[in-house]
Design a protein around this ligand. Structure first.
Ligand code: BGC
Length: 743
């Protein structure tokens, strides 16, 4: 026992010693630095600035133009590099890239390693052959943060296998504007779900220790904050978000992830209430670094300091833009390809327009992340440390996670699962497309190369052929996303089949190239669906899409609907296995699936938005947040509250019995909603306050229990304070309801 106590004491002392010594090391390093070295640390350049080209095209595989790379590090003292610079590279090219960069950096006077960052947003997608998991929105549908954490740990491992220590992920923007082209990069519309997923994923990326080991990376929370809510739904256009709403819906998930130890934050590229967030001292310094006590590094988004004068026009030139952004609280500029930031920053400090204390604060935050990712000890990795890269275990986890994301939205007369021997027509523009399964940020920013790079993975068509037998499957795309190809061919092939699996949705995109003027699914896909429906054969829709494209005009023509979001490289396999009943679907919608383009109302709407008071166009979605069917049935009973009165001092426990009353094993996400009956700020009809995913054998019952304290029911009042007002509440779980009071 004594020995144990002694070892605990030693560990604690070493741990404290370690964190303390990082601060000391940072302080003594900063004390030695010149202004030029400090400005260099605050500069982040995109790797394409240093790549060799032939006739304007980047050489493949990538090669450095050593003159340009040396100029960046030796002349401008650049502290950080990002991006892939075009197409994904092999793990060997990446290792070589990082070794070359660090070799030059370590020849410099102070031997400060370069911090390399990429968007490994669901797997290390910029390294060829790495595992590509489902995108965030699909992972949210699993309602399984523990599993998302495991996938994040694998992403971290495979990113470190390329010797990269910094990941621009997760996105903690609130996905409540379905038109926005990045909604699929979010964990959906609910702040609590986003927080729970976000915390788990940060832990998966970073591991449990302050200093990440060689298998973990620094996370970067983005895009702080309010980025996801442009009024038009178009990326990087104005949002109007009052501070109360900001604090109620957009801030809590960042606060939770900061508390979980996230090491960096990236800033929202757009403007809120007329102020670009890159210029907003209140949001960046007062709230993030002050109130939330964030001690890590704040990086700009792509070119966003330059955009302060080039696009937003709140500065007259680059120098003024740099002054505004750095004084607002940005620590590092993702410039991305020139040194205007560095030279202007130096001049501004010399002119007294940015205080040296601000520069020192920024540089300390950057160096702290460099120490905490272990870069000073191990600026590069060791190839032999990563035998599991793209191995069986990682790919199996990808399949298991994708399986939990698939959401069954409709299953008339239990047409699914399909019985073996059925003759199937697989049709639609995403039926034979790895691009539609993976979406953007695949091996390249817009995801356009997935059909070539992921050739060895199964599309939906290929997987259905494997599972049901090639002889039972015919194929006709019929249409592309924006034009018809051969609808007659698809219709004629439907003649001899029992069922049509119609794969519709979207192709890959992200950011502004993904902006749309119409949320409805494209006309060509509607035309194909109508033609196939006229054959009288039952149609199973498989939706592969980054945002909920409106399908209300064709939904009645379907017998079943499987929503697969962007399910990644195992997407084809899991969809085929869902069709065959090898996987029992357990995903639930992480957002409201709208029915019509001008009624984009979230589930946590106000009473005035319900059909009761807006009879013509109130909340009446195609499918609700949290909706999802199973091949078995779950029944809920015995909703019990430990005490009918909640007090500040004592939480209540809510329990419910869930039984699998069907014939097959199944997983169920148990969702607990609370309604505040009367409040000083108009209360939402309901809010998700807890959830848990369980597995039940046929006939099995489990009692699920949730603890709800006063904080969980709080909201931001008109004075911007977080409060829980005394009064009546009701709780609902699986259709059961009960009441309690807060006193
Ligand atoms: C995106 C960020 C991304 C950054 C670096 C920007 O265009 O908005 O999400 O992390 O590029 O690639």
């Amino acid at each position: 026992m004594k020995k144990l106590l002694l070892s605990v004491a030693i560990t604690a002392a070493t741990f404290n010693g370690y964190t303390q010594s990082i601060d000391q090391k940072v302080a003594s390093l900063v004390a030695k630095m010149t202004l030029e070295e400090k400005a260099g640390q605050m500069t982040q350049i995109s790797v394409e600035a240093f790549l060799k080209t032939t006739n304007g095209q980047v050489n493949e595989p990538h090669e450095f133009d050593m003159g340009k790379l040396e100029e960046a590090i030796k002349k401008y003292k650049v502290g950080s590099i990002l991006n892939v610079g075009g197409y994904a590279q092999t793990v060997e090219v990446w290792r070589n890239r990082i070794e070359t960069i660090q070799k030059i950096a370590l020849q410099e006077r102070l031997k400060i390693p370069v911090l390399y960052g990429i968007d490994a947003i669901r797997g290390n997608n910029y390294t060829l052959n790495s595992v590509m998991f489902p995108q965030q929105i699909a992972q949210a549908a699993s309602f399984n943060p523990a599993m998302a954490k495991k996938a994040a740990a694998v992403t971290a491992y495979e990113t470190r296998a390329s010797f990269i220590p910094w990941n621009f992920s997760p996105v903690l923007d609130l996905g409540r504007q379905p038109v926005w082209p990045r909604i699929w990069e979010t964990y959906g519309e609910d702040p609590y779900l986003v927080s729970e997923m976000g915390k788990a994923v940060v832990q998966g990326y970073q591991g449990d220790d302050v200093v990440t080991d060689k298998y973990h990376v620094a996370a970067c929370l983005k895009h702080y904050m309010g980025y996801s809510m442009p009024l038009s739904g178009h990326d990087r256009t104005p949002a109007w978000i009052p501070e109360r709403e900001m604090r109620e819906y957009f801030l809590p998930q960042f606060a939770a992830a900061v508390k979980a130890g996230a090491k960096s934050v990236m800033v929202n590229s757009a403007e809120i209430n007329g102020v670009p967030v890159h210029a907003n001292k209140h949001i960046l310094t007062d709230i993030l670094k002050g109130e939330l006590g964030f001690k890590g590094l704040v990086v700009s988004d792509w070119q966003d300091i330059q955009y302060l004068y080039q696009r937003h026009r709140i500065a007259k030139d680059n120098k003024e833009a740099v002054m505004i952004a750095i004084n607002a609280g940005i620590d590092m500029s993702m410039v991305p390809t020139d040194y205007t930031f560095t030279t202007d920053l130096i001049e501004l400090v010399k002119e007294g327009k940015i205080p040296m204390s601000r520069i020192d604060d920024a540089v300390k935050r950057i160096l702290k992340v460099k120490f905490e990712t272990g870069l000073f000890d191990n600026p590069v990795g060791k190839a032999s440390d990563y035998p599991l890269f793209n191995g069986e275990a990682h790919n199996k986890l990808n399949y298991d996670l994708a399986a939990e994301c698939i959401t069954l939205l409709k299953n008339t007369n239990n047409i699914l699962p399909l019985t073996p021997g059925k003759k199937i027509l697989v049709a639609g523009p995403s039926a034979n497309s790895m691009r539609s399964l993976n979406g953007g940020w695949a091996r390249i920013w817009q995801g356009i190369t997935s059909d070539e790079t992921e050739k060895d993975k199964n599309t939906i068509l290929e997987a259905v052929q494997h599972v049901f037998g090639a002889a039972n499957v015919v194929y006709s795309a019929g249409v592309d996303f924006d034009k018809t190809i051969d609808i007659t061919d698809a219709v004629s092939k439907a003649a001899n089949v029992d069922v049509i699996v119609l794969c519709i949705g979207e192709t890959s995109y992200t950011e502004t190239p993904g902006n749309i003027g119409d949320l409805r699914i494209s006309d060509s896909q509607i035309e194909l669906t109508r033609a196939l429906a006229a054959t009288g054969k039952p149609i199973v829709f498989v939706l592969t899409e980054g945002r909920p494209r409106i399908i209300s005009s064709i939904e009645p023509l379907s017998a079943a609907v499987i929503h697969s979001y962007l399910s990644g490289n195992e997407g084809g396999n899991v969809i085929a296995d869902v069709l065959a009943g090898k996987i029992n679907p357990s995903g639930k919608l992480p957002y409201t699936y709208p029915r019509s383009t001008n009624s984009l109302i979230n589930y946590y709407h106000k009473y005035t938005e319900t059909l009761q008071f807006d009879e013509m166009a109130g909340y009446n979605p195609q499918w609700e947040f949290g909706y999802g069917l199973s091949y078995t049935q779950f029944s809920y009973a015995n909703l019990t509250i430990s005490n009918k009165t909640l007090t500040a001092a004592k939480a209540i426990t809510i329990t419910v019995d869930v039984t699998n009353t069907g014939k097959v094993v199944g997983k169920e996400a148990v969702l607990l909603y609370v309604s505040d009956e009367v409040a000083s700020i108009t209360p939402e009809v309901k809010r998700l306050r807890a959830f848990e995913k369980i597995e039940l054998q046929p006939g099995q019952t489990k009692t699920v229990s949730f603890t709800i304290d006063k904080e969980r029911l709080s909201f931001i009042n008109a004075q911007l304070q977080r409060v829980t007002e005394p009064g009546d509440f009701s709780v609902s779980v699986g259709g059961l309801k009960a009441a309690f009071k807060y006193e």
